[in-house]
Write a protein that binds this ligand. Structure first.
Ligand code: KG4
Ligand code: ZN
Length: 365
């Protein structure tokens, strides 16, 4: 069979990315221009700045991906692009670019769902992984427990009722003064703390046992920090601000000197509560639905405590666990090229009327 090479573009949030993927599983290049340093100044992603940066960088990133793969446009079989979900202005940059290339080079166009891409990131490094399997998708915008029935067939069996797991990490990071992006900073800080220092609540929601809720946990952390400040005679309401990194951040700073609790203890205890819920739900669901393969996807899947706890829980149940390398967990275009391949061979094509769909649901086209 002829090789299929796809140029993929990803611009749904704050990474401008392009990649060339061969036959869905072989990453020939993966170029990412990260805007993180820029948004750090504001304590989070500023949508208009993200769109403007995408416009500025996208052609260079695409050229970089083609050069690294040793390809020209003539070697390509299709062009793929994330068209949702994400920030509308950011998505539009990638979508317009992909349509222009498709039109100019007469290449088939494949619009890809961002979360389908995150799940597909697992196929790049795990050649043995094939559907069906259970996948925990944990990103900045999504917390989904998904049955991957086939490469392009998904069933969501659990989702968050409020904040996504990554969002909770980002908010708690801000509250303790770690700044943006919160997840990796909390991960690092928590290594200096005790996960059992504070018993934060494990969120449970009514009817569906596989659903998630993280807003109660986030509030519990904020309330805890505020009460510590008030105990010390400080203003209890100034912690949760949009301030950026504290340059003097010290993980061993005492937040509650009476109890000898450090800021690292707070982050470790918060992280343990998130990880506990994610692992319990995933392993229970895998058991209930009879899956012996579990995968993780999305930025939070690079969290070291989550990887460790999920590995132990899966091993205990005889489940094989898969997750991508950290660079393929966070936003990238290789994952989009991988998902696009399976859409492409199943016959999916997008027209030149493809538009950005900020609230696109998984499984919708
Ligand atoms: O998948 P992703 O790059 O973008 C979205 O589609 O949202 O995920 C970004 C999220 C952010 O909330 C970030 O704080 C979180 O993933 N994240 C982490 C870690 N690395 C990234 N959360 C916890 N631990 C990490 N090591
Ligand atoms: Zn993402």
């Amino acid at each position: 069979m002829k090789d299929i090479k796809i140029l993929a573009i990803e611009s749904s949030c704050d990474e401008t990315a392009a990649a060339v993927v061969k036959n869905g599983r072989e990453m020939l290049s993966n170029t990412i221009y990260s805007q993180i340093a820029l948004h750090t100044l504001y304590g989070g992603v500023v949508p208009e700045i993200a769109s403007r940066k995408h416009i500025e960088k996208i052609n260079y990133v695409i050229k970089g991906a083609l050069d690294e793969a040793g390809c020209t446009f003539d070697d390509l079989d299709a062009i793929a692009v994330t068209y949702g979900p994400g920030l509308v202005g950011a998505l539009l940059v990638g979508v317009a670019e992909a349509k222009a290339i498709s039109y100019a080079r007469k290449l088939p166009l494949v619009g890809v769902h961002h979360i389908e891409g995150h799940i597909a990131a697992n196929y790049i490094e795990h050649k043995d992984l094939e559907p069906p399997f259970m996948c925990l998708v944990v990103s900045g915008g999504h917390t989904h427990l998904v049955i991957v029935r086939d490469y392009n067939k998904f069933e969501i069996i659990g989702k968050t009722h409020d904040d996504a797991a990554g969002e909770a990490f980002d908010k708690v990071a801000r509250a303790v003064g770690l700044g943006y992006p919160g997840g990796p900073k909390v991960d690092k800080c928590a290594k200096n703390g005790r996960a059992d220092a504070i018993a934060f609540p494990r969120g449970h929601v009514g009817s569906n046992i596989y659903d998630f809720s993280f807003s109660g946990l986030k509030s519990a952390v904020l309330n805890y920090l505020n009460s510590c400040r008030m105990k010390q005679g400080l203003d209890g309401n100034v912690i949760y601000s949009s301030k950026t990194d504290r340059p003097d951040f010290d993980p061993f700073e005492l937040v509650d000197p009476d109890e000898n609790i450090t800021v690292a203890d707070v982050t470790a205890s918060f992280q343990a509560a998130v990880v506990d819920v994610l692992v319990t739900h995933t392993v229970e669901a895998a058991g209930q639905y009879g899956f012996k393969q579990v995968a993780m996807a999305g930025g939070v899947a690079s969290n070291s405590a989550l990887r460790e706890a999920m590995k132990n829980a899966c091993e205990a149940k005889g489940i094989k666990l898969y997750y991508p390398s950290p660079i393929l967990c966070t936003d990238n275009a290789a994952m989009i090229g991988c998902a696009a391949y399976y859409e492409f061979i199943s016959g999916a094509r997008s027209g030149l009327d493809l538009n950005a769909v900020p609230g696109l649901k998984l499984g919708e086209r």
